[in-house]
Design a protein around this ligand. Sequence first.
Ligand SMILES: Cc1cn([C@H]2C[C@H](O)[C@@H](COP(=O)(O)OP(=O)(O)O[C@H]3O[C@H](C)C(=O)[C@H](O)[C@H]3O)O2)c(=O)[nH]c1=O
Length: 199
Amino acid sequence: MLIEKTALPGVLAMTPRRFGDHRGYFSESWSRAAMSDAGIEIDFVQDNHSLSATPGTVRGLHFQAPPRAQHKLVRCGRGALLDVAVDIRRGSPNYGRWTAVELTEQNGRQLLVPAGFAHGFITRLPDTEIVYKCSDGYAPETEGALLWNDPDLGIDWQLDQLDSRTEAVLSEKDAMAARFEGFESPFSYDAPLPWETPS
Ligand SMILES: Cc1cn([C@H]2C[C@H](O)[C@@H](COP(=O)(O)OP(=O)(O)O[C@H]3O[C@H](C)C(=O)[C@H](O)[C@H]3O)O2)c(=O)[nH]c1=O
């Protein structure tokens, strides 16, 4: 398992080893031991899987508030997407900062999005599937959302990578998500995450 820091402390890129042969490839897409060897002890309890038919589909920026906050380990099962994490921990030295990493079926890269970070993605190919492990179950009463293209966050969704005629496809919930200005985050930065070292 190759583990790399991203531009945003706390968010890690992980790429499991692939064993290719004439049939294709095999990979241990997740291993508690491999994570533990890297000092990352997370008890995942739920797998999520969504398919987005149209390129330019945006899901996010979402989070579940404490006590139901979720660490997520995200990968692309089919197609390609740009995965985004935003540090929304009040008092964090990186509050409001974001990172965007391309996850594709081809590159096998995964993103560890810790609790305290909002998560979202935009798809780049038709029928893109995202699969991700969560460290807590679904608690809709604790869900929060921030507007994906909020100018105060200034996320570069790399829309130039999409066909110029592509319009973002959003759920109604996401289209009306809260602005970052005046956002009262439920997360506070008490201490760095065990694996959070400055990039
Ligand atoms: C998240 C979730 C949803 N649902 C049900 C609720 C709705 O009836 C339906 C679609 O939910 P939603 O529109 O919230 O799905 P996404 O827009 O893909 O939301 C996810 O997208 C971003 C990128 C995330 O990181 C979160 O995991 C999650 O918020 O699935 C469940 O039954 N269990 C769940 O854990």
